[in-house]
Every structure is written in structure tokens, then in C-alpha cells.
Design a protein around this ligand. Structure first.
Ligand code: EPZ
Length: 419
């Protein structure tokens, strides 16, 4: 089991290139199943979840060419023979549920193992099921499997009572080949949904309003070949910018999409950072200052992203003053709190609210990652803690960050991966 060892105390300086977004490339790879010709995806990050998704697509029979080094994946869906996403794959990556909509729309049948929960919550899929039923699918859930059948899906009116990124993506993909027009109300507005829609439109889909809470899809007969470059990862970008703010350094994220980071940049400015945006570059300069404590309330985009909550909590741990963090999206996304407290953080939890009392210094210690963004927050804390911090179970990290220790080393961090 690999571990990461970080020695704190070095202000980060320099430039870091941002990779393609994990939460865009996963639905986009699933969307290739809708086409009747090969689809090429570029700017694909080298992540464990991407490998899991390509294995899932191959398991369905699709032809997958994966050029890791050049970040390109070409999927030829014409050889798909199976419509079953097996438990052993789905349990390692919940996002496997995103093959449900495409398989239903393209083949009229899909069997996807129930994803089950994860560290941050129960993660139900009821909204996915209700939305697809609104397009005429017949869905049963039994023996740990979601079984879906449909003749040709027909356009319908979907109104989400809760905003769901994945459920919006599933029904958006399914609606592209449905007979007639689909209206999706209270749709998620994340940039990754806009990116998915742009890829689907390049494949010949007729979609309006992606990125707003009302998406209109006019079904078409078929989707054709296309090439699509994945959008830059806003969460990876935010993670490196918080690292700059915490260590008192100056970091420029290159190849980023600052327009997708409004709430995050506003909170960094509020913490006292100078933030400059220049095209696809974002620079955070802390000029050696200690961050001020800030309050965070997570909410669906364009609100503050829940995927940045753990990273900002790490910053609040060493900030001046007390900051409150309200996690409104997931019911159990404070798993990093107990590990941060092992490093000397002072945090009180009251239900969905964490109150973080900033301390001058954290002290390095062995800690354990519990989920993807929690592991990032532990690395950030290690960057400012006295001495060495060893983070165990970093397979969580490899799911969502491409070469994070190399990128941080490139910014001057003392960090290494040990077997
Ligand atoms: C996506 O997960 C992201 N994952 C998550 O990123 C992200 O935290 C989340 O959206 C919120 O932005 C991918 O895109 C692969 P949701 P998703 O459906 O789609 C409840 C990361 O670290 N809900 O928007 O699963 C759910 O329990 C990951 O990169 C239902 O009740 O999130 C949650 O409380 C973590 N029923 C809320 O909605 C459903 O059918 C939002 O979940 C579906 C969701």
C-alpha cells in the first residue's frame, strides 16, 4: 500500500498545469455508448477512475483504445454486446451508474449493479430511476441490481425535487435518442454538465440550456462520431490554489477555466489572497500572509462546491480566527475532521456544521485518507505542519488527482510517494 510523506514549511511557488476534469471525463466516456461510430476523447486525465471506466466499457464489448501518455481515449461502441455493469466494477466506482441512461437509450436494456454507499454518504440513486421512468423506462431494483427495459424512450418532462449532478447527466444522455422532446427542470448546472452537453452536441444531439436549471433536449435518430477535449478540472485547480494560500506562496494554475471557479476565487479573496485571472491562467499570491478564517456553505453550482469543502477546512485549520463550514450536500462529508485533529487542528462538529478555530501551527503525524477530497485536505495540512505527515490509503487520492505529488514537488513542496 503506497503512502505519501509530506514535510511542511515551504511556501509553494511557480506554475502548475491543470488536467482534464474527472467529473467530466467519466460521463463523457459513458456517453460514447450512444454513438454508432467511434468517438475520440482528448485531454483525458490519467486517473484510476478513468481506467475503471474504460474497463467497464470494454466489459460491455466496446472497442477501447487508450493512449494514457497522450491523454486520448477512443471508444468504438459498435461492438457492444452486453448491457450489464457488474458489481465488482460498480462497487469500486459509483459513477458506473452513468452507463444506465446511454445503454437504455441505445439498446433498450441495461443492468447496473446498485452502486451502494461510500465514505461520504448513502448515495441513493432514486432520482436517476425516477427520471428515466419519466422517459418511459421500466425499472426494477432487486438482488442488488437495477434492471431497466424500454422500447424506444419517449421525450418527457423531468422535474428533480433535489438537484443531482449524476441524475441530470443520466437523463440528459438518455433523452438525446428519445422519440420527441424532453424538458429537464431543476437540472444541475455544474460545468461538467455543460462539457457533457457540448460533447453530445458534437455527436449530433440537439440540446439547449445546459448549465441552466432548465435543459431542453430534442431526440434524434442517431449520434455519430466526434472528437471532444475534456474541460479543465476546477476542483484540481482549486486544490492547488488553496495550497498556495495556506503556504503563503504564489502559484499560477495554467490551462484552467477560471469562469468555472467563481465561488472558490471569491472565498480565496475573502481569506486575504490576491487572485489574478488572465485567460486560462489563475494566480493566487498570499505574499507570506496567514489566511483569515472564512465561512463556507456548500451548495450546487454556481454555489460553493462540496468537492472543495475539505480543502478549505484545511486552510481554516491554520487561519486567523474561527470559520464555520456548513456541508449541505452530503450527510457524512466530515471524515477528514478527525484526521486533521490528529495534526493539532481545533474543530467542533455540530451536525452539518464544523466550526474551525485556527491555530498557529499544525504538527505532522501519520494520518489516514478516507475519501478522495479528504486525502487532498490531509496533504494540504501536511504542507504547513511542523515535521513529517504520512498519509496512508492514498488509493483514494489516485482516483481523482493526476500525479499530484509530482505537481506539488514542481511547486517546491517536499513530498514523496513511498511504497
Ligand atoms: C457528483 O456526484 C460528483 N461525482 C461528486 O464528486 C460531487 O461531490 C457531487 O456530484 C456533487 O457536486 C461525479 O461527478 C462522478 P449528486 P453525484 O447526485 O452525481 C443525493 C468527487 O469528489 N442524491 O449531485 O453522485 C446525494 O445523496 C465526487 O469528485 C439522491 O438523494 O452527486 C447527495 O446528497 C464526490 N438521490 C445529493 O443528492 C439520487 O438519486 C447530490 O448528489 C442521487 C443523488
Amino acid at each position: 500500500m503506497d503512502k505519501i510523506v509530506v514535510t511542511g514549511g515551504t511556501p509553494l511557488q511557480g506554475e502548475v498545469r491543470i488536467s482534464g476534469a474527472k467529473n467530466a471525463v467519466l460521463p463523457i466516456l459513458c456517453a460514447t455508448l450512444l454513438a454508432d461510430a467511434p468517438v475520440e476523447v482528448t485531454n483525458v486525465p490519467h486517473l484510476h477512475d478513468v481506467l475503471t471506466t474504460t474497463r467497464l466499457l470494454s466489459g460491455l464489448g466496446a472497442g477501447v483504445q487508450h493512449d494514457l501518455e497522450r491523454g486520448r481515449v477512443t471508444v468504438d461502441p459498435r461492438s457492444v454486446t452486453s448491457h450489464v455493469a457488474p458489481y465488482e466494477l460498480v462497487r469500486t466506482m459509483r459513477a458506473s451508474i452513468l452507463v444506465l441512461g446511454p445503454l437504455l437509450a441505445r439498446y433498450g436494456a441495461a443492468e447496473v449493479s446498485l452502486p451502494g454507499g461510500c465514505a461520504i454518504g448513502a448515495r441513493p440513486v432514486d432520482l436517476h430511476i425516477k427520471a428515466l421512468e419519466a422517459l418511459g423506462a421500466t425499472i426494477t431494483v432487486e438482488h442488488g441490481f437495477i434492471r431497466a427495459q424500454a422500447g424506444r424512450l419517449r421525450g418527457g418532462h423531468v422535474v428533480f425535487e433535489t438537484i443531482s449532478v449524476g441524475a441530470t447527466e443520466n437523463v440528459l444522455m438518455a433523452a438525446t435518442l428519445a422519440d420527441g422532446t424532453t424538458l429537464i427542470d431543476n437540472a444541475a448546472r455544474e460545468p461538467e454538465i455543460v462539457d457533457l452537453a457540448e460533447c453530445l452536441i458534437a455527436m449530433g444531439a440537439d440540446i439547449r440550456g445546459a448549465g441552466t436549471s432548465r435543459i431542453e433536449v430534442r431526440g434524434v435518430e442517431r449520434l455519430h462520431a466526434a472528437t471532444h477535449a475534456v474541460i479543465a478540472d476546477r476542483i484540481e485547480t482549486g486544490t492547488f490554489l488553496v495550497a498556495a494560500a495556506m503556504t503563503g506562496g504564489r502559484v499560477t494554475a495554467v490551462g484552467a477555466r477560471p469562469d468555472t471557479l467563481g465561488a472558490v476565487l471569491e472565498r480565496l479573496r475573502h481569506a486575504g489572497a490576491t487572485v489574478e485571472v488572465d485567460g486560462d491562467c489563475v494566480t493566487v499570491d498570499m505574499q507570506g500572509r496567514r489566511p483569515r478564517a472564512i465561512d463556507i456553505v456548500t451548495s450546487p453550482h454556481p454555489g460553493f462546491p462540496t468537492d472543495m469543502q475539505a480543502q478549505f477546512m484545511a486552510m481554516n485549520c491554520i487561519a486567523e480566527g474561527t470559520g464555520t463550514i456548513d456541508e449541505t450536500i452530503f450527510e457524512n462529508r466530515f471524515m477528514h475532521v478527525s484526521e486533521l485533529m490528529r495534526l493539532g487542528a481545533e474543530i467542533d462538529i455540530d451536525g452539518p456544521r464544523a466550526s474551525v478555530h485556527g491555530v498557529e501551527r499544525l504538527s505532522g503525524a501519520p494520518v489516514m485518507a478516507t475519501d478522495l477530497r479528504a486525502s487532498a485536505s490531509l496533504i494540504l495540512a501536511g504542507l504547513v505542519a511542523d515535521g513529517e505527515t504520512t498519509i496512508d490509503r492514498i488509493y483514494h487520492l489516485d482516483r481523482g488527482y493526476e500525479h499530484i505529488e509530482q505537481k506539488l514537488s514542481g511547486l517546491g513542496a517536499r513530498i514523496q510517494r513511498v511504497k
